[in-house]
Design a protein around this ligand. Structure first.
Ligand code: C5P
Length: 400
């Protein structure tokens, strides 16, 4: 069981942290809550005491509390410190090493990973000093979750809403040691359709046109989605991989077969991830017999295949639709162009070409874009990357 110290500071989003405690405990974590003075103006310590099953810590210099669990031993106790909501004030204090209350002192004493989920008015979030504090915290190794864009309690709209509790849980699970939380079911109730691998377009009975693709990313995504509690259907072109147990596997060969399989399944899905390297063109005629080596030149006429991803996204009752883009240059421009042209909810782009990872490699790096945001995942193995991407998808679904 993992021990999570949850710091709650004074923002209207403090009410969401009650749900966060419940979710963290449900996933096997032991939770202790530390509240600042202003947090107690928004929500009572009793709520957190009842939900965490532990007394709530509020004072730095309270003789009774110090005896029971001093700030140093509380910091030592934690496997992870999460501050949610994190106000502009606490971010400024952490960035500059101030320690004038229990939570800021705990941060200085903590040696475990630290996460913050900021929540504040959009102008306060955008203020240069807040952004500089966030950069400082990044440099100091603090991981920042959110904030999200949307309507705010103050009546304004913009970045500053705290990420939803479910999304925060998903990020903790994806970013940290795999055993941080034992079981996470953050995609429970979701039906996820993933297409993976290459397609093969026959020229004759022994030859075909194809794309370089191992299918590793799509299969890793299927595993991550399954572990997160989703029902998963994997539509796969020819690959040398074994599908994870518990996944519904539909094997296809050509782009047309993949199109038919995806379309027959998509109506019942909540998420579609097009991770396949679908051939853009296929021979107009596949010769029934092996083409003989006679002519010096051979012309093959190709026709454009249907764009599966665009077809899924064109449906008005479509699932949350995620595409991939492998690019050799101008990554962001091409990825953003595909995002709008194909009407996607999200696109995960990676560099391909010499020494870039991507095809066939065990590792990859991704830059993910959506209408008004983006996130980069540095080079890591595809299993880890798939977990991070699934967590981001869960977060974005809640935001739309
Ligand atoms: O347009 P482009 O092929 O670069 O876009 C890549 C994305 O579109 C990938 O997610 C891929 O799976 C999907 N795609 C598709 N059907 C096609 C071609 C690409 O679903 N015929």
């Amino acid at each position: 069981m993992k021990r999570i110290l949850l710091g709650v500071t004074g923002g209207i989003a403090a009410y969401k942290s009650a749900e966060l405690v419940r979710l963290l405990r449900k996933q096997g974590a032991e939770v202790q809550v530390v509240m600042t003075k202003s947090a107690m103006q928004f929500i009572s310590p009793l709520t957190f005491q009842a939900l965490s099953g532990n007394p709530v810590h509020t004072e730095l210099l309270d003789a009774d509390v110090e005896n029971a669990m001093g700030h140093i031993s509380l910091a030592r106790w934690a496997d992870l410190l999460l501050i949610a909501p994190a106000t502009a004030n606490i971010l400024a204090k952490l960035a500059h090493g101030l320690a004038d209350d229990l939570l800021s002192t705990l941060y200085l004493a903590a040696t475990c990973p630290v996460y913050v989920a900021p929540a504040m008015n959009q102008a306060m979030w955008n203020k240069m000093v807040t952004q500089e504090n966030i950069q400082t915290l990044h440099r100091h190794g603090v991981k920042v979750i959110g904030p999200e864009q949307g309507d705010q309690a103050c009546g304004e709209t913009g970045y500053g809403r705290m990420s939803e509790p479910m999304a925060i849980c998903a990020q903790l699970l994806a970013n940290d040691k795999p055993d941080l939380l034992t079981i996470s079911q953050y995609l429970k109730g979701h039906k996820i359709l993933i297409s993976a691998g290459p397609t093969c377009e026959p020229l004759d009975p022994v030859r075909y046109l194809t794309n370089r693709s191992s299918g590793k990313m799509g299969y890793a995504l299927a595993t991550a989605a399954l572990k997160a509690g989703a029902e998963v259907t994997l539509i796969s072109g020819p690959v040398a991989l074994t599908a994870p147990a518990g996944v519904e596997l539909i094997k296809v060969t050509t782009a047309e077969e993949m199109y038919q399989a995806v379309m027959s399944k998509v109506a019942t899905q909540t998420i579609y991830i097009g991770a396949a390297a679908v051939a853009d063109y296929s021979p107009v005629l596949s010769q029934p017999e092996k083409i003989k080596k006679q002519a010096d030149q051979l012309t093959i006429v190709l026709q454009k295949n249907k764009d599966i991803l665009a077809a899924v996204a064109a449906d008005t009752s479509r699932p949350f639709t995620v595409g991939f883009a492998a690019e050799t240059h101008d990554l962001e421009t091409y990825a953003r162009d595909k995002l709008t042209r194909k009407n996607l909810d999200m696109i995960a782009a990676n560099w391909v070409g010499q020494e870039q990872g991507g095809f066939d490699s065990e590792e990859n790096a991704l830059q993910v874009f959506w209408a008004n945001g983006d996130k980069s995942f540095p080079m890591t193995d595809k299993t880890q990357l798939a977990k991070q991407l699934m967590a981001l998808i869960a977060e974005r679904i809640q935001a739309v």
